[in-house]
Design a protein around this ligand. Structure first.
Ligand SMILES: [Mn+2]
Length: 426
């Protein structure tokens, strides 16, 4: 039996951080395009069952858009004899039951927050799926409390749940890893967190993750998980990384470049290298957003950054399979070529800055370092208290985050100072 487990789809949501020239393809790169890829892959690989772990739709608005897309895919799957089951998450509490009422091929599990078990027997394999759906958008109690898992049958039993794991005070169905393990089922297919866990055959329990790149901060593979059941047990689990939009982080080391143009060449080499890997995947992405950091020791750090920005970030490379690569974010963390120790002996602003940068790399219990970091945290916290960021509920920086921030800001400033000095000298 082939079961395809699909995590957070969020139909109706548009991917964020897309450049202007990809805006017209936002639908194809977002959840709608990802869902189409899921349906096509499920048909091509002849899966038997498709399970959705909640947050299938983004919210109660955009009903018709999400409805049309879901309806289309479900009809195609159902026509091929594929069973479709799912639970509601915190995003689609009202939407999913409404959709399901109109799409009878889609079976909602555990409506209203009552655990439900469904027995499936397909090509000689028996499986019981346990599901629970959000009864309202916020649930502060663990749905595992009082769940009737003691009624489990002899054959394979898997749970499908949208929940917040190991977040005791969460309003999104908090459950503990320990309770999940103690529930007595053979595995858990979880929704809610967009970063996938490794769901292995030994421990087939974890977050399925989102189906296309939702957050530039979460790079790497996204897509549903195939679970192969044979002779009453899970034989194989594999993630189908079929996301049309993918986020990646790239580090480009500028050490040793002789002129600023070489920075762009090095960047393109890195992108080509990445594309060689990605275009060889079974489902190459259509667009790849890059978070790029320029590193190494070079006096061209700052200049390279503005040069790359001038060249344009929107479309830097077309891959072998036509994937479009764009830059989502670019930072220069290059260090000046001049040795800091040497510079630190100077009695000028550059020397003072160099001494402070060296201080950041001294042992953590150095009193001068601690004082410097306190000063930095004070500045960052003042910025956090600024009303403009109020809606984001900024987290106060810890000592290492403050040191990191100071290192970046200081390095950038030193880069600029040295460039200025060189200009004055020439
Ligand atoms: Mn959720």
């Amino acid at each position: 039996m082939k079961l395809l487990a699909v995590g957070d789809l969020h139909l109706g949501r548009r991917p964020s951080r897309l450049p202007d020239d990809l805006q017209e393809r936002a639908r194809a790169l977002g959840p709608a395009g990802a869902w189409k890829r899921v349906v096509d892959a499920a048909l091509a690989h002849k899966v038997d069952v498709l399970v959705l772990a909640g947050d299938v739709t983004e919210n109660d608005r955009d009903f018709f858009e999400a409805y049309r897309e879901l309806r289309q895919g479900v009809s195609e799957l159902a026509a091929a004899g594929i069973r479709i089951l799912g639970v509601a998450g915190n995003h689609d509490v009202f939407m999913l039951p409404r959709l399901v009422a109109e799409i009878p091929e889609f079976q909602l599990l555990g409506a209203g927050g009552d655990w439900e078990a469904v027995d499936l027997t397909i090509s000689g394999e028996a499986l019981t799926l346990w599901g629970w759906s959000f009864p309202e958008p916020k649930v502060s109690q663990s749905p595992l409390t009082g769940a009737p898992f003691q009624r489990r049958g002899e054959h394979l039993n898997l749970g499908v749940l949208h929940c917040d794991r190991d977040q005791t005070n969460s309003s999104y169905a908090p459950v503990s890893s320990r309770d999940l393990a103690a529930a007595g089922l053979d595995g858990w297919l979880l929704g809610h967190i967009h970063k996938p866990d490794l769901v292995t055959t030994n421990a087939p329990s974890g977050y399925l993750g989102c189906v296309t790149g939702m957050d530039p901060g979460e790079p790497g593979d996204c897509g549903p998980w195939l679970v192969v059941i044979e002779q009453g047990r899970i034989q194989e689990t594999v993630q189908w990384a079929l996301a049309p939009l993918r986020w990646e982080r790239l580090e480009v080391d500028l050490t040793g470049i002789a002129k600023v143009e070489e920075a762009y060449e090095r960047l393109l080499d890195k992108v080509r290298e990445l594309d060689a890997t990605l275009s060889a995947l079974p489902w190459p992405p259509e667009a790849v957003g890059l978070r790029i950091t320029l590193t190494g020791r070079s006096r061209f750090g700052h200049e390279a950054l503005s040069r790359i920005e001038q060249e344009g970030l929107e479309h830097i490379h077309s891959g072998d399979k036509g994937a479009q690569y764009f830059i989502e974010h670019l930072t220069a963390l290059t260090l000046p070529e001049i040795a800091l120790d040497e510079l630190a002996r100077q009695n000028d602003p550059a020397g003072l800055l160099a001494r402070r940068l060296l201080l950041l790399d001294s042992p953590e219990d150095t009193p001068e370092r601690q004082a410097l970091i306190e000063e930095v945290r004070e500045i960052l916290e003042q910025e956090n208290r600024d009303a403009r960021w109020g809606g984001l509920q900024p987290v106060p920086p810890d000592a290492e985050a403050a040191a990191d921030w100071a290192r970046r800001a200081g390095t950038r400033l030193l880069d600029q100072m040295l460039a200025q000095l060189r200009e004055e000298q020439s």
